[in-house]
Unconditional design. Structure first.
Length: 335
């Protein structure tokens, strides 16, 4: 069995501190780019190929645009997002499907409960069951179906890696990231998943925010930043990041992957080897801050208490290797 991510040359990116004891450590790979695109940080081995999971959704949405899908505003944001299944999300997904001449039975993602807890509890009380449209990837799948409808492509086989749309997604991922796709996998939602390097993810997010106004790349970034609720949902880290820090583009994925970029071009991506995403937003924001991005309004996104008996007894903090790099950046800035 091959692996796109041998656990070698990793860096300590985050730690969990309980009662002054380091209880857990998160190792991984992190790459940060300056505003001009030069590598500012390469913690671990940024050339490692990883499965980017939902962090690649902005590139999948871009491919749908390039294929002729007419998506804008909240529709484009939800195509690039991992929504929490709230009613407003479902309404937008249905709107995309309606324009494709389809209903939710055409969605290839599995049935699921909404991630939003109040919505889930309400549906259970009302006797509802899991549905495809409430699954967090249904916006992406609806956009893919719309792209197929726009081209007369078969919609029943749209998740086949050799389908014309998925070949375009693969080409788009490779072009924007600058990486050769070395692995093709199946994501949790059933869609083809194309590998990138950690550095390629940082390049991708930077490419979206620095693209010229009106280009498909910039349209994706602008839609996500203008409609962050549809990228995630209420109290979702991606949505809160883009709401609190104007101009920042953020998209996390399963298994500890994340990409972020500021409007001025600074970008960061990482993969946590153990797959736990609890510190990814914290570390990404602190790295962007060290690159000169104003993240002063991050608040609870970078204040992660560890509880004991309901009381804070520690914190999740940036790990030793990331802390050393941030300190060096701050020292350089102070000179």
């Amino acid at each position: 069995m091959t692996s796109p991510q041998p656990a070698t040359d990793t860096a300590e990116l985050a730690v969990v501190i309980r009662s002054e004891v380091i209880e857990s450590r998160h190792f991984g790979w992190l790459v940060a780019l300056d505003a001009d695109g030069r590598v500012a940080a390469n913690l671990g081995r940024g050339s490692t190929q990883v499965l980017p999971r939902s962090t690649t959704k902005p590139l999948q949405a871009l491919a749908c645009l390039l294929a002729g899908a007419e998506l804008a505003d909240e529709e484009l944001a939800i195509a690039a997002g991992s929504h929490t299944g709230e009613d407003a999300h479902v309404e937008v997904v249905r709107r995309i499907l309606d324009r494709a001449g389809l209903d939710e039975s055409a969605l290839g993602c599995p049935v699921d409960w909404p991630e939003d807890e109040p919505t889930r509890e309400r549906l259970i009380r009302d006797g509802e069951t899991r549905t495809r449209i409430r699954m967090n990837c249904s916006g992406k799948h609806a956009a893919m179906l719309l792209a197929c409808a726009a081209n007369g492509w078969d919609t029943a086989s749209y998740l086949d890696p050799e389908h014309p749309l998925q070949r375009l997604v693969r080409e788009t991922v490779a072009r924007v990231s600058g990486d050769e796709v070395e692995h093709t996998a199946v994501d949790g939602c059933g869609a083809p998943l194309f590998s990138t390097t950690v550095e390629g993810l940082a390049r991708s997010f930077r490419a979206l925010v620095v693209a010229a106004d009106g280009t498909p790349e910039r349209q994706v970034a602008d839609a996500m930043r203008a409609h962050p609720f549809f990228v995630g949902g209420d109290h979702h880290a991606n949505s809160d990041t883009m709401t609190r820090i104007p101009g920042v583009l953020a998209k996390g994925g399963a298994e500890g992957v994340i990409g972020m970029a500021a409007a001025t071009g600074q970008s960061v991506s990482m993969k946590i080897v153990d797959g736990n995403p609890r510190a990814t937003t914290l570390v990404a924001l602190q790295v962007l801050g060290a690159l000169g991005v104003d993240v002063s309004n991050a608040g609870s996104l970078v204040e992660l208490p560890v509880l004991g008996g309901g009381v804070a007894v520690g914190e999740i903090a940036v790990g030793a290797d990331a802390t050393a790099w941030i300190a060096a950046q701050n020292d350089d800035a102070a000179r």
